[in-house]
Write a protein that binds this ligand. Structure first.
Ligand code: ATP
Ligand code: MG
Length: 560
């Protein structure tokens, strides 16, 4: 079950080809996938790709997708992360129904299977330290060396392994390793570690265990227990596939899942590694995991990105076997397309400049009709107050305009959106010579925006009525990093953009924007799309700019 709109148009990619042919050949009659996050951080837009792929395929082929927490490392895992992951998957539009699992649900089964390997002579307890094991592993060109403990007898191995479980040894004293081949070309097959000793409480199993399975030992076996048919993961696991298959072959598992790798989703000007995102949070470089500049799903949500746009972007970026980087401009293009259809238009002024309409009566207020969304006739219209004192955007005026500046200037006439033509008559300055107020006149004949004599103006400005305006805080964002590939040449933190956040304290918005709930999105005409932030109070709205209106991606495409 998904909120995904375009399941009808048949998507073609190599994974869906495999799934389709497995159904056609009768190899599978139902398709089971899973999304397996490690609860050691917040989900980011790269995870969204995996979520859309796994839930999307299950949905399209009438199967189901499990949410499985890969909680094999008790040290880095936190309940906060588990909660956020569930919230984010739901927000993206997916529902795992009853299919919520944890690798820790299978700890007992995994332990039994480990004993099975020991008894079959396929695993042994090694007393080497982690460092020694690394030193024995060999390199890509040289084979590894066998551990002196490799040929222990089965009984001794079993006794030691049970002792590990029993808590007889300190952390790091021993490990359980698969006995495969220290000369294997694939380093993952050189007797990989299956269990390590870790006297640490686990968020779910408490102090029941002091040994924990490695990712490699837990993942495929969890897939098998859940009868996952296609275990989709990113390319870095390609070299782990032979081990995945070896384990499935050597254990009495109830089903034989197949691992298929696809390329990670990368985004320009962005880091997508939980380790780095954690550094940004812990180092105070951003204001938490849900900072609107973060590529986390909670950050994008707070910024105002609609889930449909994220699904659209990650799906249209394709499923490939080779890594590539998605242009941030493309993601923003997807966000604009969605918001263009769904966000209502409003007027607001970020940097207010006072305008007094000299020939407009002092106590008069007119209610002008404004269109809510030209893309959606059903969105209707609203009334916007117009009075003698207004605010316009200060950069819509220039005292001494260059040739290509068509907006307001002394003596010049422009249109105020949905209102009247006004002409600038006088410029008022303060003691420092800064422009603080304009005196203008309006032409009552131009109500609604056209002159009966057919005369034209070259600009239409947004505005708000000063006495009716709502004072607001508006947060504007630039990319968090100034380099398209942060960390490519130095520490990624060196590439942080010092100007990624600008806070405007004195924006003036039309009165209909007073009561928005956090999460509500609008377009402020000419300025971009905005979303009410959770910091919004009854007294004072706070808005985040989701994205500007200028679509650089569409332009690049048009140029071809
Ligand atoms: P990170 O590298 O960001 O720390 P991870 O791979 O360690 O992420 P997991 O929680 O292990 O994070 O990932 C859960 C699932 O999401 C895995 O199947 C993983 O392959 C997938 N995934 C993670 N990052 C991306 C990405 N950038 N693009 C596509 N899938 C991803
Ligand atoms: Mg991981």
């Amino acid at each position: 079950m998904t909120g995904n709109g375009d399941t009808d148009n048949e998507r073609l990619d190599f994974i869906r080809e495999i799934v389709r042919s497995d159904l056609a050949s009768g190899r599978h009659t139902a398709i089971f996938t899973r999304f397996p996050p490690e609860p050691n951080g917040y989900l980011h837009i790269g995870h969204a790709k995996s979520i859309c792929l796994n839930f999307g395929i299950a949905d399209e082929f009438g199967g189901r997708c499990h949410l499985r927490f890969d909680d094999t490392n008790p040290i880095k895992e936190e309940v906060e992360y588990i909660r956020s992951i569930e919230e984010d998957v739901r927000w993206l539009g997916f529902d795992w129904g009853d299919n919520l699992f944890h690798a820790s649900d299978y700890f007992e089964q995994l332990y039994e299977w480990a004993e099975h390997l020991v008894k079959a002579g396929n695993a042994y307890v090694d007393d080497l330290s982690a460092e020694e094991i690394r030193a024995h592993r060999g390199t890509l060109t040289e084979p590894g060396t066998e551990s002196p403990y490799r040929n222990r007898g089965t009984d001794e191995n079993l006794e030691l392994f049970r002792g590990m479980r029993n808590g007889d040894y300190p952390d790091g004293a021993r490990v359980l390793r698969a006995k495969i081949d220290m000369a294997a070309g694939n380093i993952n097959l050189r007797d990989p570690v299956l269990y390590r000793i870790l006297h640490a409480d686990h968020p779910r199993t408490g102090d029941l265990w002091c040994i924990y399975p490695t990712y490699d030992f837990a993942h495929g076996q969890s897939d098998a227990v859940e009868h996952i048919t296609h275990s989709l993961c990113t390319l870095e696991f390609e070299a782990h596939r032979p081990l995945y298959e070896w384990l499935v072959e050597h254990l009495p598992v109830p089903s034989k899942p197949r691992q298929i790798e696809f390329a990670r989703f990368n985004l320009s000007y962005t880091v997508l590694s939980k380790r780095r995102l954690l550094k940004l949070v812990e180092g105070g470089h951003v204001n938490g995991w849900d900072d609107p500049r973060m590529p986390t799903l909670s950050g994008l949500r707070r910024r105002g990105y609609p889930p449909a746009a994220i699904r659209d972007c990650t799906e249209r970026s394709g499923v490939a076997k080779r890594d590539s980087i998605v242009d941030l401009a493309f993601l923003e293009h997807c966000v604009r397309s969605e918001l263009n259809r769904t966000a209502e238009r409003r007027m607001g002024v970020l940097r207010p400049l006072k305008v007094v309409i000299e020939n407009f009566p002092e106590d008069r207020v007119e209610e002008l009709e404004a269109v809510n969304n030209p893309e959606d006739a059903g969105a209707g219209t609203r009334r916007v107050p117009f009075s003698r004192e207004l605010f316009i955007e200060s950069d819509d005026f220039m005292e001494d305009p260059p040739k290509k500046f068509f907006r307001l200037a002394p003596g010049r006439e422009v249109r105020l959106r949905y209102a009247y033509f006004i002409t600038c008559r006088e410029v008022i300055k303060n003691a420092d010579g800064e422009v603080v107020e304009l005196h203008c006149t309006y032409d009552p004949e131009t109500r609604g925006g056209d002159a009966p004599d057919g005369r034209k103006v070259k600009a239409t400005l947004h505005w708000v009525s000063a006495p009716h305006a709502v004072n607001a805080e508006v947060r504007l964002f630039d990319t968090l990093f100034s380099s398209p590939d942060p960390g490519a040449s130095a520490d990624f933190l060196d590439d942080l953009n010092p100007d990624s956040l600008e806070v405007i304290n004195d924006a003036r918005l039309e009165p209909s924007l007073a009561g928005l709930e956090p999460g509500e999105r609008v377009q402020l005409e000419r300025l971009g799309y905005f979303c009410a932030d959770p910091d919004t109070t009854r007294e004072r709205p706070v808005f985040n700019r989701t994205v500007t209106l200028r679509d650089t991606w569409a332009k690049v495409k048009a140029r071809g």
